[in-house]
Design a protein around this ligand. Structure first.
Ligand code: HEC
Ligand code: HEC
Length: 349
């Protein structure tokens, strides 16, 4: 009986942990996790036909497979992804440029781009503090940072890369990405109507052709590439994003961010620095993608991110509603980025 009781308690504890993780679904910013709209049919896979593709401003040409870091259409074999603008960042560490197929690590530059600007469905490591990046990769290794949305497969992949990385590679990648400056990447527009969208691997993209149209924004942010072909097909690391946000969101977000909203949350500058560009090992928030920040606030709120320092964010996020998360992240995205130029090449390089 005692044993049975023990098992019951263990089972009960697991249930509580699981329901804490997936509770409060109504406040979940599902728009930010890129969950496909109901009924969305998958797009047919796009095959490389051997054609060389070009990008304005770059002298280089690549096949589609090289752009997406694949050796060919039919095997999972990987190669280093295209680097359209090798002069706009310092030399890439091996792990960032190539990953390591033998350990299942995909090149960081594929998803986060060689310049670390990243996309809505992943993250933007450029310009984050080195110690912060190191801590994140260790938190992922130690199962203290997962996604609050079970279907978000690319975060699960990211965790598997962190687990396979050596301490040395973690330091190399963190040193590299933190050496880049954060520059403008998203424009915020308040609006009542937005383009109809689909989710492409977690990134929302405006529909084109016969399917194109508009719809009411409702309670969400719709953050899409300014140019879907540049971002999705060409993986152009200079092609940025636009965040359509509900009318009034920026002002409401400003009030919460700057005052903490009468105890609902805590003024962000207390820890993130006066202009929210980060300080010490606390990351910058200003001018960064709304969907990424919204996912993180929800992940902190439900404890999916629960490393030692992440616990400081739990109190900040605990009482935020879905609307608060929209307003806060709209305001943060509307703030100026700390720099205009990410990197200047010196003669030595
Ligand atoms: C398959 C795409 C993919 C690849 C390749 C990839 N990442 Fe990520 N990365 C992600 C996703 C997805 C997230 C998390 C997004 C989230 O939590 O919502 C992420 C998050 C991160 C973060 C956290 C950023 C922050 O602001 O806290 C860091 C740091 C990071 N990645 C570093 C790396 C490094 C280093 C590599 C190469 C070894 C790499 N990533 C390769 C998809 C990728
Ligand atoms: C008590 C200190 C503190 C306050 C106040 C605070 N933060 Fe944070 N925040 C942190 C720390 C520390 C981290 C890094 C957590 C980690 O290392 O996992 C963080 C991380 C974050 C991240 C994740 C960034 C990324 O790149 O993944 C977001 C988003 C964020 N904070 C938003 C906010 C917002 C919005 C506010 C104000 C409403 C706020 N924070 C107030 C300490 C704080």
């Amino acid at each position: 009986m005692k044993k049975l009781l023990g098992m019951t308690i263990v089972f009960g504890a697991t249930m509580v942990a699981a329901s804490a993780l997936y509770a409060a679904a109504s406040d979940m910013p599902d728009w930010a996790y890129g969950v496909p709209p109901p009924g969305q049919r998958p797009n047919p896979p796009v095959r490389d036909d051997g054609k060389m593709l070009t990008l304005p401003g770059s002298d280089l040409q690549f096949t589609l497979n090289k752009i997406r870091g694949r050796v060919d259409n039919d095997t999972p074999n990987r190669t280093s992804p295209a680097d359209w603008f090798p002069n706009d960042h310092p030399p890439l560490p091996k792990i960032v440029a190539e990953g390591d197929q033998s350990r299942g690590i995909v090149a960081c530059s594929l998803c986060h781009y060689p310049n670390g600007k990243g996309r809505t469905e992943n993250a933007s490591p450029a310009g984050l503090p080195r110690d912060y990046i190191i801590r994140q990769l260790h938190d992922m290794k130690d199962d203290m940072r997962v996604s609050g949305e079970r279907r978000k497969q690319n975060t699960q992949q990211m965790v598997s890369f962190a687990k396979a990385m050596t301490d040395e590679e973690i330091v190399q990648a963190a040193t590299y990405f933190s050496s880049l400056k954060w520059t403008p990447w998203v424009r915020v527009q308040e609006t009542n109507t937005v383009p109809k969208t689909r989710s492409q691997g977690g990134m929302m993209i405006a529909l084109t052709g016969d399917q194109a149209g508009t719809e009411p924004i409702g309670n969400r942010i719709v953050e899409v590439p300014v140019d879907a072909v540049h971002t999705e097909t060409l993986r152009d690391p200079h092609s940025s994003f636009i965040a359509y946000v509900p009318v009034g969101a920026v002002a409401k977000g400003k009030a919460l961010v700057t005052t903490g909203g009468n105890g609902k949350t805590i003024a962000c500058a207390t820890c993130h620095g006066d202009d929210l560009n980060g300080i010490g090992s606390v990351p910058g928030l200003a001018g960064r993608l709304a969907s990424y920040n919204a996912r993180q606030l929800y992940d902190f709120k439900i404890g999916a991110r629960h490393g030692d320092m992440a616990d400081l964010m739990h109190k900040v996020a605990a009482n935020l509603s879905g609307d608060d998360i929209i307003n806060i992240t709209a305001y943060l995205a509307s703030l100026p980025a700390p720099a205009t130029v990410a990197y200047t090449k010196t003669a030595a390089q």
